[in-house]
Write a protein that binds this ligand. Structure first.
Ligand SMILES: CC(C)(COP(=O)(O)OP(=O)(O)OC[C@H]1O[C@@H](n2cnc3c(N)ncnc32)[C@H](O)[C@@H]1OP(=O)(O)O)[C@@H](O)C(=O)NCCC(=O)NCCS
Length: 212
């Protein structure tokens, strides 16, 4: 760890965290950092995966030190929102993780603690809220507004001018048509094609295939 750095800490140590460790080895963390430690309910969460990170205890019990930078490695939007608020109330600061093979337009605006995985695209003038995770191969179109703590699984396509409220979840391959608004807390199923505005907290499923 470089002398001028505090610890870089994963919040959660499930499968998504293991992916983020791999992306960090590709240079995805700010300032070229590497992960030093993790928080999880299980000290054994990373056993058997070949990583040597210090275990710092359960997320709910953690008190950050000056210089620590945290990275949210949790997909569930509600859990992210609760834990981000708790940790920030204790003074935590979050780093961004943006994979070098993601494309982020210069005009896009990224919030605190945003995670952007390989081959994702964030297009012109998109605004990405705090703690948003954009998984591999997903596309966020021009002028999209993506609310805090939302999570995009792989291969999600948010087309131009889509507005997403806080804490939304998009399953693998979900697609949202231009200018549609997705209400806060909505969950969009894998493969769903969303053509109309979605109310808050709604769960949307894929349309069944139809015979023409
Ligand atoms: C939409 C979703 C959030 C709903 O979850 P849920 O409320 O727990 O729903 P259930 O799994 O109980 O399914 C309810 C019904 O909807 C169907 N269904 C669920 N998701 C569906 C989808 N994406 N497309 C079509 N039908 C779906 C189920 O088959 C089930 O039908 P049945 O009652 O006839 O058996 C979830 O199914 C989903 O698609 N999650 C995305 C997962 C994903 O992509 N994860 C990526 C992580 S890497």
């Amino acid at each position: 760890m470089p002398l001028n750095h505090g610890r870089t800490i994963l919040v959660g140590a499930g499968a998504f965290a293991r992916e983020l460790i791999d992306w960090s080895l590709d240079g995805a963390l700010e300032d070229g950092r590497a992960f030093d430690a993790f928080l999880d309910s299980s000290a054994a969460a990373l056993d058997g995966f070949g990583h040597r990170l210090d275990y710092l205890g359960a997320i709910d019990d953690f008190v950050p030190r000056e210089g620590d930078r945290l990275v949210m490695a949790i997909g569930d939007p509600a859990a992210k929102a609760r834990l981000a608020a708790l940790l920030k109330s204790r003074g935590a600061r979050f780093a961004r993780l943006v994979h070098p093979r993601a494309t982020v337009a210069r005009s896009a605006v990224l919030g605190e603690g945003v995670v952007i995985c390989p081959q994702a695209l964030v297009s012109s003038h998109a605004r990405i809220g705090d703690f948003v995770a954009i998984n591999a191969l997903s596309g966020v179109g021009h002028d999209v507004v993506l609310g805090a703590c939302s999570t995009l699984s792989c291969q999600v396509d948010l087309t131009g001018w889509v507005k997403v409220g806080e804490g939304c979840f998009f399953g693998s391959g979900a697609r949202v048509l231009p200018k549609v608004t997705v209400g806060a807390g909505a969950r969009i199923g894998a493969g769903a094609v969303v053509m109309r505005n979605v109310p808050e907290n709604a769960v949307m499923y894929a349309l069944p295939a139809k015979k023409l």
